[in-house]
Structures are given as structure tokens and as C-alpha cells.
Design a protein around this ligand. Structure first.
Ligand code: PLP
Length: 422
């Protein structure tokens, strides 16, 4: 190896080649504790605060102070159409058309609203395929929807399980289950990326298989939005929902997102739980008794939106627009690959990575399974300034995110992990 080549593969060298390196300065990192600088690898849980979020939120507070109710029309960013200021940006993040995208509510609420429209069980076709070990809220939502239709989850819910001795699902097994259930299948509802294992599902193939079986296909993109390069429109996904407090840095409890494919934009006969924000904008304030639904994803809105939350999210979406999902994903593959290469060599058989090794089947996150003393290893990492998290019974999750993490962060993590394992 030449000297130039070896310098380029040091963490400093890798950071020097990183075209996104300046984006790090756009975020606030948590303060150092006991003099230890943090390594923030929990963007899969709560993304960092963009520095200009305060300015965006302050603008709305000032306009509220100055205009009170007239802010709906007179604010610098008028509140009446405020959610529209986010639509195009969010649509580009998830690979959708603007008419397919809306920012509203929160994730599980959006999931329920979409299931009301897209889980339409009949006597013959009533089953839902989910992944076993999906985020609990998804399971609660799906089971409660099954019961809402008077059906029995024991019969209606099919949970995909990895093969004996494997931690993640094989795409071929997902597809063959879809094919097997065929005419009984109403809905395939998976996560884009599983929160526990970090496995990214092959959404295009799964959607194709679901449609071939005559089913509707939806995804929970909590761990995929802002993480993977998504093409929801081209993949022909029926619906999706996600949160924006993880990779999308919208802040704690930030407003969620929803996607409904253009094919359903004018499906006004679909049952839905309506509210005035889903009503035609031209006549909303006529205050008539009958609901006149907006076309597209906006038609699933119920209430007028939380402006302060949306202002914070707008600050983050501006950054995504500048960075671009292609560039982010390219860096992410390298950054997570680097973390994998370093981590794989340590810990002997005490440590293993359960996230798929294939970059196509994962995003930023790596889930480390720890054979013994996992919780105490996690606590030592936290003590040494590593922000990662612990998921029972034996997993430490870390998510080097391409917007604000560096190769030097990954290297510091590796050094600390290695020390803790000694
Ligand atoms: C995969 C997944 N689904 C659903 C949720 C629940 O989100 P919310 O509280 O916004 O409804 C989360 C929260 O972290 C999640 O990770």
C-alpha cells in the first residue's frame, strides 16, 4: 500500500474525502459529560437538533405574538397552508409525488388512519402479514384493527419468523409466505427497516409479490425515512407512514408523515375517518355539513397542523434538500461498512452483528448481539460517551448517520468498544 493510499483509509483521511463533512456543523451535539466528548449514534431514536431549528420556530412564535389569529394568513409562512411548505421536500425524501405525501399527526395515528382505508377484510380475504418482532405499536395497531372488524388475530395475523438459528428474514421466505396465503391475503404490512435487527426489507419485490397475490401493501418507514433511498411511487407501494424524530431530525414527538399512492388519490369511496383538514380547501371555511374530500394524501388529514413542530421539521428538511438522499445514502453505506469492518474483528464470539451484511439489506444501523454481560457492556459504553441504545434481551444498537457522523466518530467508538471488551 502506498503512503497516500494508507493515509486515505485512516478515519481522518476518510473524513477528508467526505463531501458531506461540513453538515456536521449544522447540528447541536449533546454536551460532553465529565469531560468526555460524545459519539452520537442514536439518530435512529432521536435525531440531533439542527442549529437553525430555533430560528424557524422563533419566527412562528414572533408571528404568533405579532399577528395572533391573523397569522393564519399574515404570518411570513402563513399557517393555513403551512403543511404544504413541507410537502415537496418530504416527497423527495421518500421518492414520492407531492400529491402522494402529507405531513400530519404521528406515526401510529397515521397507521390507524391508513388501515381504516386499506385494510378491508372480506369473508375470503382477511389476513395480514407482518414481521414477528415488529415495533410493538405496529402490532398493537394491526391487532386492534383486526378486532375492530370482528375478526380473530389468531387466524388473521401471520407473523413472519426467521428460520431456525437465523436472526433476520430471507426475502424468499417473505415472498413464499405471500404466495402461500394468496387468495386469503388482504394486506402485507411490514417495517421498511426492522427497529431491532436493522434489516431493510426489499420493498419493491415485496410490493410486487403482494400485488400479484391481490393484496394491498403498506410499510412503516420509521427507520427507513431519511435513512434509505426510497422510491415509494415507482415501487408502487399502496401506503406508508413514518415519524420524523429519528433520521429526519424533527425533534421529540415530531409530526409524522404519510404516503398514499397516486392510484388511490381519487378513491373517495374508500372508508376513512374524516376531519375538516381533509376537506376541499376552497370551501373549508364555508363550514358546510358535508365532507368534500381533498384528492391525494392530504385527504387523510383530520386536524389543523401543529405549526411549531412543523417549523422545526422544516429546518431539517432544508438540510436534506441540500444534502440529497443519493449522497447521504452513498456516505451511509461507507460509514456503516466502516463500523462493521472495525467491529467484526473484536469481542470473539461474545459479539456478533445480527444486521445483514449486505448493504442493500440495511441502512445506517448495526445491531450487536452480545452473548453475556450485554447490559453492563452497554453501560460502560454510555459511561465513556457513546450514545447507543440497549434493546432487551441482548442487543446494542448503533446508528452512524451520514448527515452528522464522521469516520472519526466510528473509529472512536471502535477504540472504546475494544477497551470495554478487554
Ligand atoms: C418502527 C416504529 N413504529 C412505530 C413507532 C411508534 O411511533 P409513534 O410514537 O410516533 O406513533 C416507532 C417509534 O419509535 C417505531 O420505531
Amino acid at each position: 500500500m502506498t503512503e497516500a493510499m494508507s493515509a486515505a483509509s485512516t478515519p481522518e483521511g476518510l473524513d477528508a474525502q467526505d463531501e458531506l463533512r461540513s453538515f456536521r456543523d449544522r447540528f447541536y451535539f449533546p454536551q460532553a459529560r465529565s469531560g468526555v466528548e460524545p459519539v452520537y449514534f442514536t439518530g435512529n431514536s432521536l435525531g440531533l437538533m439542527p442549529r437553525h431549528a430555533r430560528e424557524y420556530v422563533d419566527q412562528e412564535l414572533e408571528d404568533w405574538q405579532r399577528h395572533a389569529v391573523h397569522g393564519h394568513a399574515d404570518a411570513r409562512k402563513p399557517w393555513l397552508p403551512y403543511h404544504e411548505f413541507l410537502t415537496d421536500f418530504m416527497a423527495r425524501v421518500v421518492g414520492a409525488l407531492p400529491i402522494e405525501t402529507v405531513v400530519m399527526n404521528s406515526l401510529t395515528v397515521n397507521l390507524h388512519l391508513l388501515l381504516v382505508s386499506f385494510y378491508r377484510p372480506t369473508t375470503d380475504r382477511y389476513k395480514i402479514i407482518v414481521e414477528k418482532g415488529s415495533f410493538p405499536s405496529d402490532r398493537y395497531a394491526v391487532v386492534s384493527q383486526i378486532r375492530f372488524h370482528g375478526l380473530d388475530p389468531a387466524d388473521s395475523l401471520i407473523e413472519l419468523t426467521p428460520r431456525e438459528g437465523e436472526a433476520t428474514l430471507r426475502t424468499e421466505d417473505i415472498i413464499s409466505t405471500i404466495e402461500r396465503e394468496g387468495s386469503k391475503l388482504a394486506l402485507v404490512m411490514l417495517g421498511g427497516v426492522n427497529y431491532y435487527t436493522g434489516q431493510a426489507f426489499q420493498m419493491r419485490e415485496i410490493t410486487e409479490a403482494g400485488h400479484a397475490a391481490g393484496a394491498v401493501v403498506g410499510f412503516d418507514l420509521a427507520h427507513a425515512a431519511g435513512n434509505l433511498k426510497l422510491d415509494l411511487h415507482d415501487w408502487d407501494v399502496d401506503f406508508a407512514c413514518w415519524c420524523t424524530y429519528k433520521y429526519l431530525n424533527g425533534g421529540p414527538g415530531a409530526v409524522g408523515g404519510a404516503f398514499v399512492h397516486e392510484r388511490h388519490a381519487r378513491a373517495f369511496d374508500l372508508p376513512r375517518f374524516a376531519g375538516w383538514w381533509g376537506h376541499d380547501k376552497e370551501t373549508r371555511f364555508v363550514m358546510g355539513p358535508d365532507f368534500n374530500c381533498l384528492p391525494g394524501a392530504e385527504g387523510w388529514q383530520i386536524s389543523n397542523p401543529p405549526i411549531l413542530q412543523m417549523a422545526a421539521l422544516r429546518a431539517s428538511l432544508d438540510i436534506f434538500e441540500e444534502a440529497g438522499m443519493d449522497t447521504l445514502r452513498n456516505k451511509s453505506i461507507k460509514l456503516t461498512g466502516y463500523a462493521e469492518t472495525l467491529t467484526k474483528g473484536i469481542g470473539g464470539d461474545r459479539l456478533s452483528i445480527i444486521t445483514p451484511a449486505d448493504p442493500e439489506q440495511r441502512g445506517c444501523q448495526l445491531s450487536l448481539s452480545v452473548k453475556s454481560g450485554g447490559k453492563s457492556l452497554y453501560e460502560q459504553l454510555v459511561e465513556r460517551g457513546i450514545y447507543c441504545d440497549w434493546r432487551e434481551p441482548n442487543v446494542i444498537r448503533l446508528a452512524p448517520t451520514p448527515l452528522y457522523n464522521s469516520f472519526q466518530d466510528v473509529y472512536r467508538f471502535f477504540e472504546i468498544l475494544r477497551d470495554c471488551l478487554m
